[in-house]
Design a protein. Structure first.
Lengths: 305, 454
């Protein structure tokens, strides 16, 4: 009898604990479902329709995969997709490598100096993206920007370079700004991760004759893998979703159109065009698929490592 | 303690549900609103609501209708006169359309909106969001209002979605001091404010030879101020942008291709994808560019809206407004027409109040103030017996500017698919600027615009 009552009490206790847990989760869950899950479902559903802002109903007519077929032949979208991939492919590895390099150089510094470096690198992150972008815009300005002024003063160029208006430079200018605003968080995370590396393993490896590179690659890097994975995924998502810089600097011109910006333009600017919401949502779904695939690949590679 | 926490969380959940429920209640009122929408509009000038009421007005920066202190003065006078309060929101061209479209989608559009026919008639009116104002025009009104403005404000289905208040002609401007310095002022007809294509080319060459840098920019970062680049290209060799019936875009006209080839070949003209109209004005105001293609009387009165003196650059050089260069020297200028539209939010009392507002601003003794606030010209000759033709007699610049008004050309901005066509236009200019084959590029983007026009 006593044997039977004990598990019964435990289950009741467990049930109460579960209920409390779920109730704690509930407020967040309501917002998560309301502002993430439901919009995602609406996005997927409307991507299969010709929905537009002029319909009385939220969803237009079901048109199957027509929006996706149309996307594959849409030169503007394909160019935007190409630009987005260039941003991701260039920005993600450079952000990770640079962050790791800076973190390795500063994590052993004394407290105040380390804090100062953290502040310097984190400043562009906490500063509003609009403020940062406006300053960069001044520097890049074709007519009065400091870059042209310095380069001309140094005799390196004869005519001003139209940094944000010339397709040979504009995308790289965007990537540079994205880089400066993206490295802050990874540096802070890597400094923390390097500080948490188990020193006994490092010392053991050194006693066994491992050189600095081997210690880093075989011991430290392996222990920092969860941090690296997080940084890779977050940087990839941020790079894929690059929008504010494009909106504020080039409006998608001069070869800087990205999928995120094209979604915005199609959904909210080309409102006269039939099915513009459905079409923009189809772009959103394609972008989400690419982000999902790349993130899954990163998880898999990190797991294998 | 746990029970207390659970209770608090449960209450949070219930409150969230109640909040959602409240939203449903408001949606529940929709059928009643629909019922009101089916009621016929009250004819002619409605009586002000007995209890006053409140209107929301969203206005783009149309002259000083974008400045709160000026607008407040006139709306306060309206409120004092009618008892109807007006809550004004000021839109920017950069994101104004987004705000309006979002508001329409969320069914929270304003009662009144101030803009031009390209938005009010071709876009929101065409989609059925605006109230037909045709009952506000009798024969006298139609006789007094500028015929081109009246036509532009009228939808092909006969509905009038905009009550015009002001009109102007968009033009370009030159830095006269810089022209004199380069010896290029000889190419300007300063009396008539016009010049020929041949003289424009000579002037640009002279300026470039003197300053050794681009002196004018075919700006193409976005759609802001794009009426300037369209007018420049169309006028150089007499090309057109759209058919007279406004059902097709014709900018693949060989004359436009010739104009683009000419502009591209000139070292003094830059195709600049880092500038929009507003940016170009700023660079011109700073004295860097020697001519601006995005200009009108509001800019002439207050260049770059910097309050540093009418007709002067930042460093005090003289700015002269000019028509766009054409082979004959007689340009076809792009018109600007601005007025009010009423969103059909299903509340007849608000629609009546909005009509009272429009009548007060556009057809009464107060129209003088409303027009002067815009810094443009009245869209009608007189309003309820008040002569509007001489309201700028005391302003020398406004009087001078009237020399351009006879050159007003076709108001083609009401061609279907306008928003998409604008995107195609500036994207095309970017490609031309990058060195793409001009004829092929123009054909491609004009075809895209026509495809969107459907």
């Amino acid at each position: 009898m006593a044997r039977q009552s004990k598990p019964t009490m435990s289950r009741a206790l467990q049930r109460r604990e579960n209920i409390s847990g779920y109730l704690f989760l509930l407020p967040s869950l309501i917002f998560f479902i309301g502002f993430v899950v439901i919009p995602m479902i609406i996005c997927i559903v409307t991507s299969l329709t010709d929905a537009n802002m002029h319909d009385q109903s939220m969803f237009g007519n079901f048109i199957g995969f027509s929006n996706f077929t149309k996307l594959m032949a849409d030169e503007t979208f394909l160019e935007a997709l190409k630009n987005t991939f260039i941003i991701v492919i260039v920005s993600v590895p450079t952000v990770c490598a640079f962050s790791l390099w800076v973190s390795s150089a500063i994590y052993k510094l004394s407290g105040p100096v380390l804090s100062a470096f953290r502040c310097i690198f984190y400043l562009p992150v906490v500063t509003g993206s609009v403020a940062v972008t406006v300053v960069w815009k001044w520097m890049y300005d074709n007519y009065t920007g400091i870059f042209n002024h310095v380069l001309k003063g140094a005799g390196l160029i004869d005519q001003n370079i139209n940094w944000l208006g010339d397709s040979r430079y504009a995308l790289w200018c965007i990537i540079l700004i994205l880089f400066t605003t993206s490295v802050g968080q990874p540096i802070v995370l890597y400094v923390s991760a390097l500080g948490n590396v188990d020193q006994t393993l490092v010392e053991a490896a050194e006693v066994d004759g491992a050189n600095s590179f081997q210690v880093f690659w075989q011991v430290k890097w392996a222990q920092m893998m969860p941090t690296t994975l997080y940084i890779l995924v977050i940087t990839t998502i941020n790079s894929f979703q690059c929008f504010a810089l494009i909106q504020l600097l080039t409006k998608g011109g001069a070869g800087t159109n990205t999928v995120m910006y094209h979604i915005y333009w199609t959904a909210f600017k080309l409102t006269e065009q039939a099915g513009h919401f459905g079409y923009a949502n189809a772009m959103g779904v394609v972008l989400a698929i690419f982000i999902g695939l790349l993130s899954a690949l990163q998880f898999k590679l990190a797991k294998e490592k | 303690m746990k029970k207390l926490l659970a209770l608090v969380l449960a209450m949070t959940m219930v409150m969230a549900l109640v909040a959602c429920g409240g939203n449903n209640d408001s949606q529940g009122s929709t059928p009643a609103q629909d019922q009101q929408q089916t009621e016929p509009n009250t004819p002619d000038t409605p009586e002000p609501a007995a209890g006053g009421g409140e209107l929301t007005l969203w206005t783009y920066p149309i002259g000083d209708w974008g400045k709160e202190e000026k607008v407040k003065a006139i709306t306060d006078a309206f409120t004092a006169d009618t008892g109807i309060a007006v809550k004004v929101e000021y839109l920017a061209y950069a994101d104004g359309d987004d705000k309006v479209n979002s508001a329409i989608t969320a069914k929270s559009a304003p009662d009144l909106i101030m803009e031009g026919p390209e938005r009010l008639v071709t876009n929101w009116g065409d989609k059925g969001y605006l109230v037909d104002l045709s009952d506000m025009f009798d024969d006298t009104d139609r006789g007094e209002i500028n015929a081109a403005a009246m036509t532009a404000c009228t939808h092909p289905n006969g509905s009038v979605y905009e009550y015009p208040l002001v009109v102007t002609a968009h033009c370009m401007a030159v830095n006269l001091d810089a022209f004199k310095e380069a010896g290029a002022d000889q190419y300007l007809d300063l009396e008539n404010h016009t010049w020929t294509t041949e003289n424009f080319i000579k002037a640009v060459d002279a300026l470039y030879a003197h300053f050794n840098a681009p002196v004018g920019a075919v700006f193409c970062k976005g759609q802001g101020g794009d009426q300037g680049t369209r007018a420049l290209v169309n006028n150089l060799y007499g090309g057109t942008f759209a058919t007279a019936s406004h059902d097709q875009y014709t900018w693949d006209d060989p004359k436009n291709i010739q104009a683009l080839e000419q502009l591209k070949s000139m070292p003094g003209i830059a195709f600049d994808a880092s500038l929009e109209g507003g940016d170009e004005i700023k660079v011109f105001y700073q004295g860097i560019l020697k001519m601006a293609f995005c200009w009108n009387i509001a800019q002439q009165l207050n260049p770059n809206q910097a309050d540093t003196g009418a007709g002067l650059t930042a460093s005090g050089e003289e700015i002269v407004f000019m028509g766009f260069p054409s082979e004959s020297g007689k340009p076809a200028l792009q018109g600007g027409i601005w007025g009010f539209g009423i969103f059909d939010n299903g509340d007849q009392a608000k629609i009546d109040n909005a009509k009272t507002f429009i009548k007060w601003m556009c057809d009464s003794e107060h129209t003088v103030d409303a027009v002067k606030t815009a810094n443009y010209f009245a869209a009608r000759s007189s309003a309820e017996g008040t002569d509007l033709s001489g309201i700028w007699a005391d302003n020398e610049i406004m009087n001078q500017y009237q020399v351009l008004m006879p050159y007003l050309g076709d108001y083609y901005q009401v061609t279907k698919g306008w928003a998409g066509a604008r995107t195609e236009w500036w994207t095309m200019l970017q490609k031309v600027g990058e060195g793409a084959d001009i004829a092929e590029t123009v054909a491609t983007y004009a075809a895209n615009a026509n495809a969107n026009a459907g």
